[in-house]
Write a protein of this length. Structure first.
Length: 694
């Protein structure tokens, strides 16, 4: 049998094993009835042509029961979705308008489902575990920055709700491993950085432990996922085009969980609709007015099943910790999980292929320990079925190790050496397995220790893999490529004024662009336009254009409007009647009226009377004099009359003010004369003078 046929056969066996491991969850999510994938002996006999006459009636009855169960499940799903649409919803700011600093609870599986649903997250071929942990930390960082007070709860009985819908069984184990690693990562890291954030684990949401937690802490609301994608989240319900898509069991189960919390008196904020707006956290909050039972308690798609595979490590963990005490948690987990994969591999899996994959995984662990993230930027590779099956089995075994009792007891007090968040990099594993890269001396030592620990537990001959544990240093070409990728420089700059101030700043300058400067680069930049409007020049030259004339007219118009407003405001300050302003003209000095050489015809003086008499004797009437008439003469006469009127008015006001002062002084004098005490009169006179000076 060829190697390719062996790989395909092994892949089928591993897929069967994976499906077998997921059977309890599948049974639990179909209302307690077996699914169609569970083949009975009667079906096998019928497929082989063996007569089964006595069981034909029972087979048809089972098929009818399955169809009736499917119909019941569809009716129940429709009922759940119908009840969900009746919930009241409102979009509020959780921090400023709703909860403030009140304690609320986050469903951990809902949080992971939002993070795992990221379209940029590669879990199918790349298995970017570190990216998933980053997504979780990013959401928690946004909550902490806005001073939120919250706890996180994980329910192991419904852990499959954290897996996005439509995921294959092999990739499902990857998401479950990521879930276990995130729980361990948050437990160790948050206890140091944010001890007030508690990470709680419960068997199920109906357990007595969770009921006691709710009674003790009494969270203000619960943040959960309703199964809808964030891009489709426009409100509480979906559009008609997504109604058929919303009937999948995971979405119905999530909405049943939402209504379970609401039925017990807790409002639910949808985590898949969170939006970060400055200091606000906008979210859809679901609630209802009348707290009555909405879902029958005797049936439901959200059944609890604790299908965690809990293994007994026995002496394996203690022996490896004694032989390699310098290992980190990630390396201990890699050796133990690989041991489980080797021991549970199907019989059709060749020892040579198993040794290759195990050795590549150990080399991958050494590369993860010593390579920076910048050196691990690898493109997405085509999916290899053998590698994906191995990674799926590795994820399943690693999750079992993490939830084992021996692991929890051994690393319960370790808080500063948890490096499980970077346990596996699928792209790096594919590169190591296919390209056989050369290792540095540090990587060689780490890989040698991991391989030795694996051989101690499995007695597996790694030399059959076709690779030696010794490797030379990286090639000069790879080192040059790495240096070229890291090397960064700035463009040259020199100025006589700034050079003496920037002398202490030492940066790498790219001298290669000095010879590429052109004549245009030496041109002095001049700012000729306004920085708000590039079309408006700062200096206008040449004759005015029609546009400038229109602008000048508009400026004058604005000035007139402003002056009118100023006059209205002045009238309001002077208590003018209505809106009319009574201006007061200020005259500096005495104005002497101009006396013309010959008086005008409208005014008469004693001299003019004699003149009229003389003229009357001669011609009978006075003749108008030249130069005193016309438009200009009338204007001068009007101006002189106005100035005379102003002077008379001012004199009249001054006379009135003088009379008022004289009258007031007369009253004061009478008071002095009435008093007999000289000192009192002096004090009164002094006070009067002070009041008049003020």
């Amino acid at each position: 049998m060829s190697e390719k046929s062996d790989q395909e056969e092994v892949l089928d066996d591993w897929e069967d094993d994976a499906e077998g491991e997921e059977e309890p969850a599948a049974i639990a999510t179909t209302n307690g009835h077996p699914s169609e994938s569970h083949v009975t002996p009667q079906v096998n006999a019928k497929a082989q042509g063996i007569p089964t006459t006595e069981n034909d009636s029972s087979d048809s009855q089972d098929e009818d029961d399955d169809e009736s169960d499917e119909a019941v499940d569809q009716d129940y799903s429709s009922e759940v979705l119908s009840q969900y649409k009746k919930l009241l919803s409102r979009r509020v700011d959780l921090v400023g308008d709703y909860a403030g600093n009140e304690l609320f609870l986050i469903d951990g599986d809902s949080l992971l489902l939002r993070c795992f649903s990221d379209e940029h997250l590669d879990f199918v071929t790349g298995f970017q575990l570190l990216h998933a942990v980053y997504n979780v930390e990013k959401i928690l960082h946004h909550l902490v920055r806005r001073k939120c007070n919250f706890h996180i709860a994980f329910f192991h009985g419904t852990r499959t709700l954290s897996v996005p819908s439509g995921t294959s069984p092999i990739n499902t184990s990857k998401y479950l491993l990521a879930r276990a690693i995130v729980i361990r990562h948050l437990e160790t890291r948050l206890s140091i950085s944010h001890p007030d954030i508690q990470i709680c684990e419960f068997p199920s949401y109906t357990s007595a432990e969770f009921t006691k937690y709710l009674s003790v802490h009494s969270p203000y609301f619960i943040m959960a996922h309703d199964g809808a994608e964030s891009s489709h989240r426009k409100g509480k319900s979906l559009s008609e085009t997504q109604t058929k898509e919303s009937m999948n069991p995971s979405r119905v189960a999530l909405r049943e969980l939402v209504m379970f919390f609401i039925e017990r008196g807790f409002n639910v904020a949808l985590i898949n609709g969170l939006e970060w707006r400055d200091t606000k956290i906008m979210a859809m909050v679901l609630e209802r007015q009348h707290r009555v039972a909405m879902i029958p308690q005797d049936r439901g798609l959200l059944q609890v099943s604790d299908d965690l595979t809990r293994i007994e490590l026995g002496e394996e963990l203690s022996s490896i910790r004694a032989s390699a005490p310098h290992f980190t948690q990630r390396q201990y987990l890699a050796v133990l999980a690989t041991t489980r994969v080797v021991r549970t591999a199907p019989s059709s899996f060749s020892a040579e292929l198993l040794a290759k994959l195990a050795h590549s995984f150990m080399l991958h662990q050494a590369a993860v320990a010593h390579l920076p993230l910048s050196a691990r930027r690898l493109p997405a590779a085509a999916s290899d079925q053998t590698e994906q099956a191995f990674l799926g089995a590795m994820a399943n075994c690693a999750e079992s190790v993490l939830f084992s009792k021996a692991w929890s007891e051994s690393f319960s007090e370790v808080t500063d050496a948890c490096d499980l968040s970077d346990f596996l990099d699928g792209r790096l594993f594919h590169h190591v397995h296919t390209a056989h890269p050369q290792l540095t001396p540090e990587m060689q030592r780490t890989a040698h220790g991991l391989v030795a620990a694996l051989q101690q537990l499995t007695q597996l001959s790694i030399k059959q893999a076709g690779q030696t544990t010794e490797a030379s240093a990286p090639s000069e070409q790879n080192e040059a490529e790495t240096n070229e990728a890291v090397r960064m420089a700035i463009m040259p700059f020199s100025n006589a004024v700034f050079d003496k101030h920037l002398k202490s700043v030492g940066l790498l300058v790219d001298e290669s662009v000095i010879g590429q400067q052109s004549a245009s680069s030496h041109r002095i930049f001049r700012e000729v336009t306004h920085w708000h409007n590039a079309k408006k020049p700062l200096v206008q030259k040449g004759p005015p254009t029609p546009q400038s004339e229109r602008q000048a007219f508009r400026a004058a118009k604005r000035n007139q409007v402003f002056m009118a407003d100023m006059q209205k405001y002045a009238a309001s300050l002077t208590n003018a009647v209505g809106r009319s302003l009574d201006p007061e003209t200020i005259v500096v000095g005495a104005v002497k009226p101009k006396v013309s050489a010959q008086p005008s015809s409208g005014t008469q003086t004693p001299d003019s009377e004699s003149t009229e008499g003389t003229l009357a004797d001669g011609k009978g009437k006075a003749q108008p004099q030249k130069g005193g008439g016309g438009k200009k003469g009338k204007q001068n006469a009007g101006k002189q009359a106005m100035m005379l009127q102003i002077a008379a008015s001012k004199a009249k006001k001054d006379e009135a003010a003088t009379d008022k002062i004289s009258g007031a002084w007369a009253v004061v004098v009478k008071g002095f004369e009435a008093g007999t005490d000289v000192r009192a009169n002096f004090r009164k006179a002094q006070e009067y003078l002070v009041s008049t000076d003020g």
